[in-house]
Design a protein around this ligand. Structure first.
Ligand code: NAP
Length: 332
């Protein structure tokens, strides 16, 4: 008979790996399903992380590798696959599969085990678990302006640390005013001749420490109250059309690259209908990670929360495992 994991963790960013480390130490039979080539999630493309306690100034890639090494040292099991949906074996069994019915009956018979077995349906394989943590993270939001799609990869980028080197001694624009935009602009200012920061308001959302570092850079020009309207070029980006929302003035900036850093969108679409979400698509769950479905938990950037940081993602992983243990012991 197919094996049943105590816990399947979907995603291998800081939340997923944080959960895996705690789950392994709690001796839960655990599997992490990851779709990317490398573990680490968004951290991998962060140039420098200066707010993770104990590791000041560590490179994002190095931190991602450390998380993975830690999980490997504990013997966490990983599978490369793309999750398509989660369903209870019971609902999947509506088609009358005998084997799954047996699983349910067996689980129901064990008084200390919750009765629901979840099927995590993936592209390559379907796997079974008594509990699931969704730690699928988030991805970069798009501007949705003319030229953005056309010039993606031809001057439009969503990752300064990945693509910044192509713009050495050139002129770039960073769109956004959060931590991501400020970090990207600071990183690009080391490489580029000139960096514009285009922000739609007259104050940044990002951390004060990053603002201070940005403002000290001589080759950075901040354009407040300004929004991008169109990206123009022939084979690659040449011009960014901008509008000052206060004065109504329009301008064409000659740029070689446009770095979009206007926030993130949760990777939750495949779970729509399975668990409750807020209007923006974040999975509704508190600090304990419990969703509206017993046995399904959410951790990290994909869940509703006030502060999306590496440290809060790792903490979510730990909290979720505590909830999973209580759930598996029938304590809720
Ligand atoms: P964010 O904090 O949501 O900031 C997005 C920025 O883009 C905001 O300034 C927003 O403007 C602007 N924006 C949104 N839509 C726009 C549009 N259509 N056109 C122009 N501007 C637009 O996103 P983020 O910077 O990617 O950060 C995401 C999360 O990750 C945050 O919680 C952040 O703290 C965290 N993060 C942490 C670190 C770190 O710990 N080192 C690094 C990066 C990110 P408004 O300000 O006007 O809303």
């Amino acid at each position: 008979m197919e094996q049943i994991y105590d816990l399947i963790i979907i995603g291998s960013g800081p939340a997923g790996l944080g959960a895996a480390i705690y789950a392994k130490r709690a001796e839960l039979k655990t599997l992490v399903i990851e779709r990317e080539m490398m573990s680490g999630g968004q951290v991998l493309t962060t140039y420098e992380v200066d707010n993770y306690a104990g590791l000041p100034g560590i490179g994002g890639f190095d931190l991602g590798m450390k998380f993975r090494e830690h999980a490997d040292k504990l013997g966490v099991e990983f599978a490369k696959d793309t999750v398509q949906k989660i369903e209870s074996a019971e609902s999947a069994d509506a088609s009358g599969k005998e084997e799954e019915q047996e699983l349910l009956t067996a689980a129901e018979a064990g008084a200390e085990r919750p009765p629901v077995i979840y099927q995590v349906v993936c592209k390559k394989e379907t796997r079974l678990a008594r509990a699931v943590i969704i730690a699928s993270g988030a991805h970069h939001r798009k501007l949705e302006i003319l030229g953005e799609a056309e010039f993606t990869g031809k001057g439009v980028s969503y990752c300064a640390t990945c693509d910044g080197a192509f713009f050495r001694k050139k002129t770039t624009a960073v769109i956004g005013g959060g931590d991501g935009a400020l970090e990207d602009a600071i990183f690009l200012a080391r490489l580029c001749e000139k960096v514009y920061v285009i922000h739609r308001r007259d104050e940044f959302r990002g951390a004060k420490s990053l603002q201070k570092r940005l403002m000290e850079l001589p080759n950075v020009e901040i354009l407040w109250d300004t929004v991008p309207e169109e990206i123009v070029g022939t084979d690659k980006v040449e011009t960014l059309r901008i509008l000052n929302k206060k004065t109504g003035e329009k301008n064409d900036l000659a740029v070689d690259g446009v770095f979009v850093a206007v926030g993130i969108t949760p990777n939750s679409e495949i779970f729509r209908g399975s668990v409750e979400m807020d209007p923006a698509g974040y999975i509704a769950a508190g600090e304990d990670g419990r969703t509206n479905v017993p046995g399904i938990f959410a951790a990290g950037d994909v869940r509703t929360k006030a502060l999306r940081q590496i440290v809060t993602a790792v903490a979510d992983g730990a909290n979720c495992v505590a909830s999973v243990e209580a759930y598996l012991n029938g304590q809720n």
